[in-house]
Design a protein around this ligand. Structure first.
Ligand code: SF4
Length: 478
């Protein structure tokens, strides 16, 4: 029979079938995707910092768990008051490795380190299993705490991460769970000793983490023709769920009297016709915008552990921009910046962008609220005379509005605000990647969001012609 670990017990709590597959058919789980890998990397980074904050500690490095158990026992015997990292304990066939085991007045403090900025519900069973095994193995645990990221922390530089982690006691919260752990263990053993559990996919497949066996339990739907999901109804989540319970998955099949919102009716009409809708007033607004027009996009990086002085955990640090400029004669030029090397990219990002945008003109962006916030943060730091928004700034250096983005966000009742949501939903044609989750939502390949901007930027004539600009931009924002 296979041994148990904290992760296996937690997998069993999420879904017995998940644990069974994990142990008996692990090959069915796909390799980690980039998002999962990034989450794991963040966790590892925080672990390294947490250890560095307790100098003089010993890391139990052995990958082999039996060896790690021996190393832990020897370390505790040799120096009981030394902090241990990844200390390993076993009880009743359940093995755990503790992130931080710190000496206390009369025993130890056990700290589970998390890269989240607060304590989540699913942290509690995790900490409870750690504490239960350590105590059953004979250790006196005086306090169990979660060490999570303090998002008020500002990195001062020089590797000084004191204050990055906030340790919060969870003794009271885990107390009611401790008595249940023997049952968790027995249940997991019984599952592993039996055949593959027959469990239908459901909400458990995505909570607290997406299950890696989802494609095995709920194979992707094979689309034979483009489909338009009811999920595409703008701000229609609850309606979409209701429609699905009534048997409507495809927006085109929904009876028109089930859609009372004019916007929903328009979206359905676009889906049925397979054509885009552009409000004539929107066209007029866009047509009246002056030249040059700036099409700006940029990317940010939000490291869990701040890298550059003055930044906070998960702060959005821009490191790349791209700017197409359309002139009145239809000419198009392009400039871009990409940070290289380990230095703080914020100042060169800001200065290069401002020097590229010397003239006044409307700015088109992907997400007005997000991009304007970042631009204001950056110019506030490095060029406070610049202004973004609906008024002209003083001085030669300015990005002028009205930008379409500001029209979208501040005049949502205008024709443009309405029409931006009136393009037909994109057809779903991903027989191998787009699929429906057990909770009824379509899961999309991550590249979909960027398909239009990429086409605009990398095609032979990006943004060629005003109507293409408008259509492309609206599609982009929708
Ligand atoms: S996909 Fe869902 S049903 Fe299948 S093992 Fe995972 S959690 Fe269980």
């Amino acid at each position: 029979m296979s041994g148990l670990s904290k992760s296996r017990l937690l997998a069993h709590r999420q879904c017995p079938k998940r644990l069974w597959l994990q142990v008996h058919k692990p090959i069915l789980a796909p390799a980690f995707d980039a998002a999962t890998q990034a989450r794991l990397d963040s966790g590892n980074q925080v672990g390294v910092i947490a250890r560095a904050l307790h100098p003089g500690g010993l890391l139990i490095e052995a990958a082999d768990l039996r060896q790690a158990l021996r190393d832990t026992a020897e370390a505790l015997l040799a120096q009981p008051t030394r902090p241990l990292f990844e200390a390993t304990f076993e009880h009743g066939g359940v093995l755990v490795r503790l992130d931080l085991l710190l000496p206390a007045a009369d025993g130890y403090r056990l700290i589970e380190v998390k890269s989240s900025t607060s304590i989540k519900d699913y942290h509690l069973p995790d900490a409870a299993v750690q504490a239960w095994v350590a105590r059953q193995a004979g250790l006196t645990i005086q306090e169990v705490a979660i060490g999570h990221i303090d998002n008020g922390f500002v990195y001062p530089g020089n590797g000084d991460y004191r204050g990055l982690l906030k340790e919060v006691s969870v003794d009271a919260e885990i107390q009611p769970l401790l008595g249940d752990i023997p049952q968790w263990v027995a249940g997991a053993r019984s599952t592993l000793d039996g055949g593959e559990p027959s469990i239908a996919p459901g909400p458990q497949c995505e909570t607290p983490f997406p299950c890696p066996f989802l494609e095995y339990c709920a194979p992707p739907a094979i689309a034979t023709e483009p489909g338009y999901s009811v999920d595409d109804l703008p701000r229609g989540k609850s309606l979409a769920e209701q429609l699905r319970t009534e048997g409507y998955d495809d927006l085109r099949d929904v009876p028109v009297d089930r859609l009372t919102n004019p916007l929903h009716q328009r979206v359905q009409a676009c889906a049925q016709n397979g054509s885009a809708y552009l409000d004539p007033q929107a066209k007029a607004i866009l047509g009246n915008l002056p030249y040059p027009r700036f099409f700006i996009d940029f990317e940010t990086y939000a490291p869990c552990v701040p890298i550059w002085p003055g930044t906070r955990p998960y702060a959005q640090v821009p490191f790349q921009w791209s700017c197409h400029v359309e002139s009145v004669d239809g000419g198009l030029s392009h400039q871009a910046y990409l940070a290289e090397g380990p230095d703080d990219p914020r100042r060169p990002f800001t200065e290069s962008l401002l020097s590229a945008v010397r003239e006044t003109g409307p700015v088109f962006v992907y997400n007005a609220a997000f991009e304007r916030s970042r631009l204001r943060e950056m110019t506030g730091l490095y060029s406070p005379t610049w202004r973004f928004g609906s008024t002209m700034s003083s001085g030669a250096s300015s990005i002028c509005c009205p930008s379409p983005a500001s029209i979208i966000t501040t005049r949502s009742s205008t024709a443009l605000g309405r029409s931006r949501r009136s393009c037909p939903p994109s057809p779903r044609k991903w027989p191998t990647k787009a699929w429906k989750s057990p909770t009824g939502r379509w899961r999309r390949p991550p590249s979909r969001k960027y398909s239009i901007p990429r086409r605009l930027k990398t095609g032979g004539r990006p943004y060629a012609g005003r109507s293409w600009i408008i259509a492309g931009w609206i599609r982009w924002l929708w």
